[in-house]
Ligand binder design. Sequence first.
Ligand code: HEC
Length: 220
Amino acid sequence: MEKRINLCMKLLLAATIVASAYTVLWNVRSVNALTGTAASGFSVTVNSSGPTTALNLSATINAGTGDVGTFGNTYVFLNYLDLWFLHNGVSWVKFDGKTIPVYSSGTLPARTNISFLTGQDVSGLAGLNFYAGYGDNAQEMLASSRLKQFYTIPAISSVPDGVALYNANCAGCHRVMSASSARGKSASQIQSAIASNRGGMKSLSFLSSAEIQAIAAALF
Ligand code: HEC
């Protein structure tokens, strides 16, 4: 009985040693593959379509050639002003200054596709930055420059609305646009009427030259 237990213990011990040796080897292998400068072939490609009011955004993490098939953690970050948000695989969480949650974990495929936005209105979030990358852990990823900023929500180019500006600032004196005495006047004529305070127009000197140009274009 005693002998059998001993044998069992020995087998168990042997198995544990083999298992831990395997773990060590596995770790060494993945550390070797992932440590150092960003492996060649690593990149994040972006697919975006639609206006910022209904944006589709997805990204593909292309693992470095030597990293494919090794074990790694994938990370997905967002940065807006001073705030960081990290994806834990289920939802976005605000960075607490300590924990960096893992988006996904396992054997690294050549390509990891992640969908970020499907038709969302993000026009109010100009400057929001997207990041993705992978590593043995977050520290190793950051030290190896394997976190990549791949997209920034663009600002909507603001072309002033000449019709709206005319209705708000001019129609009170010059009547509706179709019947306006200012029809066909150029931006420089409007500018000089304001500068010379024609009919009290000096109060409109807050209008930018882009806004005056938009009004002139609408009056043309
Ligand atoms: C407080 C009333 C008032 C407002 C507001 C006002 N105007 Fe005038 N504007 C006048 C008067 C009065 C004149 C001089 C009479 C005229 O030429 O119709 C004048 C003259 C002008 C002239 C010169 C016309 C010419 O023959 O050279 C232009 C151009 C003009 N306005 C454009 C505008 C535009 C564009 C706006 C809005 C951004 C505006 N005005 C807002 C009262 C106003």
